[in-house]
Design a protein around this ligand. Structure first.
Ligand SMILES: Nc1ncnc2c1ncn2[C@@H]1O[C@H](COP(=O)(O)OP(=O)(O)OP(=O)(O)O)[C@@H](O)[C@H]1O
Ligand SMILES: [Mg+2]
Ligand SMILES: [Zn+2]
Length: 280
């Protein structure tokens, strides 16, 4: 389908203050943004995620996370808030990936940023498949865009238990981005408990060096809420609030890890909920 304005050349004539110029056509701009979105590797399920259609309900920490996500995209790439990336932590289904992708899409659409989404486990799998200790070029073909993206979303950090190779690879990525002051949004199911003995805390899952970098690079936003995957179709805020209240066991972090009971109790207390039903 051709463009009547520019005959598909991407350039069109424009007159301003009596001076004729040749400028980029609107179709070229739209095409460029579409290419950026395409290149960001956002999974089909999340391609429509937006900050404005994220359903909220009275849940202080969730609301704070949404506010912070909005502030990040508004101030991107500069400003007080956008100096730091985000680390969204909480149990499954509460919208961490949704929020991360919504921010990613917004900065691509409004700022023309080069954005990239990777599920951490997928990324490691892809790198591993090209890994050759003698020739590191194929590996670097994958790594280069990950290290260079203006904004990177690394989804589900800690889902792959750390090993020497995983740690070295993740360190290279995180450290390069840290040194270059590039923004990264991480998500994780693993609670950032200060308990070093807990094998399911974030630090144990990702390694203490990356953990330390993350704290410097990101604002940590830990929240919980209703598991959207268990909500009725097109739920309202009231539906989600009811679901969240009805399932206090889901408020523990992380649901699939067996964190120490006392950490869960502490969290329950912070939420003002009486910890009778601890779920796991
Ligand atoms: N508050 C919300 N408003 C609208 N859609 C939501 C909300 N929370 C979650 N969703 C939707 O529910 C689905 C699950 O959310 P998402 O994948 O973001 O959860 P998650 O916190 O990343 O879970 P996990 O820890 O399992 O990765 C997605 O399709 C997402 O768009
Ligand atoms: Mg997720
Ligand atoms: Zn055109």
């Amino acid at each position: 389908m051709g463009c009547d304005l520019c005959n598909d050349t991407g350039w069109k004539a424009s007159t301003s203050d009596g001076v004729r110029r040749v400028v980029r056509c609107d179709c070229w701009r739209e095409g460029a943004t579409a290419r950026l979105i395409e290149d960001a590797r956002i999974p089909p399920r999340y391609r429509a995620c937006d900050l404005d259609q994220f359903v909220t309900y009275p849940n202080e920490k969730l609301l704070a996370a949404v506010r912070r996500a909005k502030a990040f995209s508004e101030h991107y790439p500069a400003g007080d808030h956008a100096q730091k990336g985000l680390c969204l932590i909480g149990p499954p289904g509460i919208g961490k990936t949704h929020l991360a992708v919504a921010v990613l899409r917004r900065v691509i659409l409004t700022r023309g940023a080069h954005g990239l989404f990777y599920d951490t486990r997928d990324l490691l799998r892809v790198i591993r498949s090209t890994y050759n200790p003698l020739v590191r070029t194929a590996e670097m073909d994958i790594l280069r865009p990950v290290m260079d993206a203006d904004l990177l979303v690394l989804d589900d950090m800690g889902s792959e238990k750390t090993s020497e190779w995983v740690e070295e690879t993740m360190n290279l990525i995180v450290n390069t981005r840290y040194n270059e002051r590039r923004h990264t949004i991480f998500t994780s199911n693993y609670d950032d408990t200060p308990d070093d003995e807990d094998p399911d805390c974030l630090k144990a899952r990702i390694g203490f060096r990356i953990h330390s970098r993350l704290h410097e690079m990101c604002d940590f936003l830990e929240f919980d809420g209703a598991d959207f995957r268990h909500a009725p179709p097109n739920p309202t805020g009231d539906d989600l609030l009811t679901l969240w209240k009805a399932k206090p066991g889901r408020r523990t972090l992380p649901a699939r890890a067996k964190g120490p009971i006392r950490a869960q109790m502490k969290q329950g207390k912070e939420l003002g909920w009486s910890g009778g039903k601890l779920g796991t």
